[in-house]
Design a binder for this molecule. Structure first.
Ligand code: CMX
Length: 437
């Protein structure tokens, strides 16, 4: 058993009695109530999911295992010659809640080197798809194609399946998916945008650095990849991709089925596709400017044009957050400290939208949160480094999100969480309850 798996086993075993006690002794304690607005309005704010991987405070933003984004970056061992941690160290941290030692990180890196070998048939399947398929379709297909590798499914069919050990097989699949997904994403990038010029894995590089290497990127982009994958990893459990993954896995569908489903949710424009939509919105705006300088006035007009056309301003608003998303801030700070990037016209335009959009959205009066989310800033960095194919941006999100979703379902099995099955009601029932007050 690997060091990480051993540590995880220890953590899961220590945690199980807490869940048993809560269910057996305190199962009937009320922690929330549901109104008609929530029932019709997407179950907003109803407390009915449990995760210890991350928590999203409306004012403060995300904490991974109790740490804010700056605290996380500060605490974890860094990649050689970088201020950023490796994705592998973050994976250890997300799974166990412990900051790993450099040796523990090395062990995960070594484990990932073995796990990251993607079966050749995945590439054959991707090459068989129409080349103009959306890269999120390709990513989802790739994950589904690998389902035949599932160790959890093998365990289930072995006749020896039992609830206590099931997490170990989820962990195996989850680790395989996390290690392989950047390799698959790089393959898709090269297939779609670089004439199928494929680059072999560099066994000496950590996950983020290897992704940069495989898509033909610069030395500096290695940190972009590390930062990007970590920032996009997890946002507690109610968002569409995390919740879908959890829901599908709750039926004991294996991690391949579950994460492909999660990715399909991430591909929606109100969720992960928003980073692509932001770039599309900006390019549209620049085209309309026809060479003129962007100003606060013409940005304001473009925002109102979008709102008056009944569309949402992509990259702004959030179901939980009520302040600027610290994932936005972390990326903005990366831009501000990177020579060249802070002078980049696209960064300046995004900064001007940041100055303008909250006021416009507040005046518009609909959104509960007029502040930017993670997607408002992420495309600028990619664009600056030459990843200009913005329909690929959600794939980058999907690589990062695998970390959170896979850590979560490993714990779901470890703690034996039930199949998810909320109750629905009819409109007649709602009207009856409404009349009764
Ligand atoms: N532009 C215009 N209108 C917006 C808006 C925005 N950016 N954000 C919210 N609104 C509108 C909603 O569409 C809703 O209108 P209706 O009452 O007509 O349906 C109203 O404001 C209230 O919505 P809300 O309670 O503030 O927000 P929701 O929880 O319903 O939705 C979200 C959250 C993110 C889907 C929404 O803010 C949005 O569509 N934003 C733009 C897309 C985006 O950036 N998504 C990425 C989110 C982060 C991620 O998951 O990646």
């Amino acid at each position: 058993m690997s060091q990480l798996k051993e540590k995880l086993q220890e953590k899961i075993q220590a945690h199980r009695p807490r869940v048993t006690r809560l269910t057996k002794e305190f199962g009937s304690v009320v922690i929330d109530k549901v109104d008609i607005g929530q029932c019709i309005g997407g179950a907003r704010d109803i407390r009915c999911l449990v995760t210890d991987i991350s928590y999203l405070d409306p004012q403060e933003g995300i904490r991974f295992r109790g740490k804010t984004i700056p605290e996380t970056f500060e605490a974890l061992p860094k990649a050689a010659g970088s201020e950023y941690p490796t994705v592998e160290s973050f994976w250890y941290f997300l799974l166990t809640g412990d900051v790993p030692t450099p040796d523990q990180v090395k062990a995960v890196e070594a484990e990932f080197k073995v796990r990251q070998q993607v079966p050749e048939y995945v590439f054959t399947a991707l090459r068989a798809l129409p080349r103009d398929s959306h890269p999120m379709v390709m990513l989802s297909v790739a994950i589904m194609t690998m389902q035949k590798e599932s160790k959890f499914c093998g365990f289930y069919n072995s006749g020896k399946f039992n609830k206590m050990d099931a997490w170990e097989y989820v962990y195996e699949d989850a680790s395989d998916i996390v290690a392989r997904i950047p390799v698959v994403a790089a393959f898709i990038y090269n297939l779609k945008y670089r004439g199928d010029k494929q680059v072999a894995i560099d066994q000496n590089l950590d996950m983020g650095a290897n992704f940069a290497h495989m898509i033909g990127q610069s030395e500096q982009y290695k940190d972009v990849a590390r930062m990007y994958f970590i920032l996009h990893s997890d946002h507690e459990s109610g968002n569409v991709s995390a919740h879908t993954t959890h829901l599908v896995h709750s039926a004991l569908s294996d991690p391949y089925y579950a994460y492909a489903a999660g990715l399909n949710g991430l591909a929606g424009p109100l969720h992960g596709l928003a980073n692509q939509e932001v770039l599309g919105w900006i390019m549209d705006f620049q085209k309309k400017l026809n060479g003129a300088e962007p100003t606060k006035e013409n940005v304001t007009k473009a925002l109102w044009d979008t709102l008056n056309a009944g569309q949402v301003v992509p990259g702004y608003g959030h179901a939980v957050l009520r302040k600027t998303d610290p994932r936005y801030t972390a990326q903005r700070e990366f831009c501000l400290k990177t020579p060249g990037l802070k002078e980049d016209p696209l960064f300046k335009l995004v900064a001007m939208i940041f100055e303008t959009a909250p006021g416009v959205l507040t005046e518009h009066g609909k959104t509960k949160n007029p502040w930017p989310n993670v997607d408002a800033q992420s495309g600028v960095i990619q664009w600056y480094y030459g990843v200009k194919e913005w329909d690929f941006y959600t794939v980058l999100f999907g690589v990062g999100r695998a970390l959170g979703c896979m850590a979560n379902i490993t714990w779901d099995r470890g703690l034996g969480y039930a199949i998810e099955r909320p109750k629905s009601v009819t409109t007649d029932m709602l009207e009856k309850w409404a009349a009764e007050g």
